[in-house]
Design a protein around this ligand. Structure first.
Ligand code: UD1
Length: 343
């Protein structure tokens, strides 16, 4: 019998890529998502249950109906400035809802848990690249809500037979290389998405937040990881737990940083559009450099990224957005010629 897994937030950007990979490998997938930022159209495999993680009664019913062998927990809020403005919402949606999920796991004896965490748990980095053993001192409610979730998971695992893998994501970007799914949120704020939107004329200019960082060109450096590789890490994590691996925390990045100016230069080159760029003050709370020491995930999980090239990340983002713009479909449009170039 196929392994049955629950994927919370499986209609969202990262979750939907994981669901697709799980489905392709024959997992029996149940997605639980309130579709507040995700889309039912992005769920290409399995059964979608529309529900909120705050609704613990409904969640119990779902657990009682299906016998899950593992839970993959993506459902969360993730915009840093929003978390500063609405901290209670972030602690409720991220931390309290993780507790709800763990209560269901406890009640129903589900003992495998994969959790989406973030490099934001490290806060201001004392070392770059940062390793998993670095101090975790998050500097905003988003990072704190995720770190508190990590603690809940770790403490519950210590008291039970549950094994977990916590993946701390760095800067996730890109889209399915075959063009089936990608980011659909109109409010996405992250650099590659915004730069691609500007290149397509959706936004009038790209603002660089800070040009006086202590980096070679004065702009912030980040470790951009393709969503497809990130998704694959979750499947590696499931296999690892199945084979009896111990609970672990892994950074999920490539260990290679690019500056804002480098990203802009590549988006301009690949799109062929010399769009306007405006230099602004630093954005509050932005560290200069955030890159992952990614040795552990490669060694322990055997993670082998396939799309670790900035151009590929930008290309798939541009292609996905272009396809959606042309087809005017929410997701799942016809493949464009661009996709045949990257797939
Ligand atoms: C991202 C994630 C965060 C994660 C972190 C890990 C999102 C929304 N945030 O944050 O959850 O914890 O990576 O490293 O995905 N920039 C501009 N102009 C723009 C947008 C961004 O100059 O219009 C700059 C920023 O100042 C920063 C870099 O680009 O130097 C990346 O910013 P962004 O893509 O927003 O991601 P992070 O803030 O690093």
């Amino acid at each position: 019998m196929n392994k049955k897994v629950l994927v919370t937030g499986g209609a969202g950007y990262i979750g939907s890529h994981v669901v697709r990979q799980l489905g392709e490998l024959g997992y029996d997938v149940v997605v639980y998502d309130n579709c507040s930022t995700g889309s039912a159209n992005a769920v290409l495999y399995g059964k979608l249950i529309i529900g909120d993680l705050a609704d613990i009664d409904k969640l119990y019913q779902v657990f009682a109906k299906h016998q899950f062998s593992a839970v993959l927990h993506f459902g969360a809020s993730l915009i840093v400035p929003e978390s500063v403005a609405l901290p209670l919402d972030y602690y409720a949606n991220n931390t309290r809802n993780t507790l709800n999920l763990l209560r269901c796991c406890s009640a129903m004896g589900v003992n495998q848990f994969i959790f989406s965490s973030t490099a934001a748990v490290y806060g201001e980095l004392q070392q770059n690249p940062v390793s998993e053993s670095a101090p975790t001192i998050p500097i905003n409610p988003y990072g704190r809500s995720k770190l508190m979730s990590e603690w809940l998971i770790q403490d519950y695992a210590l008291s039970s037979s549950m094994t977990y893998v916590i993946l701390r994501y760095f800067n996730v970007a890109g889209a399915d290389p075959k063009g089936r799914i990608g980011q659909i949120s109109p409010n996405a704020t992250h650099l590659i998405k915004v730069a691609c939107d500007v290149a397509r004329g959706e936004k009038k200019e790209l603002q660089i937040f800070g040009t006086d960082f202590p980096t070679p060109d004065g702009t912030g450096i980040r470790d951009y990881v393709h969503v497809e590789d990130l998704a694959a890490a979750h499947l590696d994590a499931l296999r690892y737990i199945d084979m009896g691996g111990e609970s672990q925390i892994f950074n999920c990045g490539y260990g290679q940083g690019y500056s804002v100016r480098q990203v802009i230069e590549r988006v301009k080159a690949i799109s062929g559009v010399d769009f306007p760029v405006v230099e602004m003050e630093r954005r509050p709370g932005d560290p200069a450099i955030v890159t992952a020491c990614a040795n552990k995930i490669r060694q322990v999980l055997g993670w082998q990224p396939k799309y670790n090239h900035l151009d590929t990340i930008i290309f798939t983002t541009l292609a996905w957005d272009k396809q959606r713009q042309n087809s005017q479909l929410p997701v799942n449009g016809k493949l464009t010629r661009l996709y045949s170039l990257v797939s």
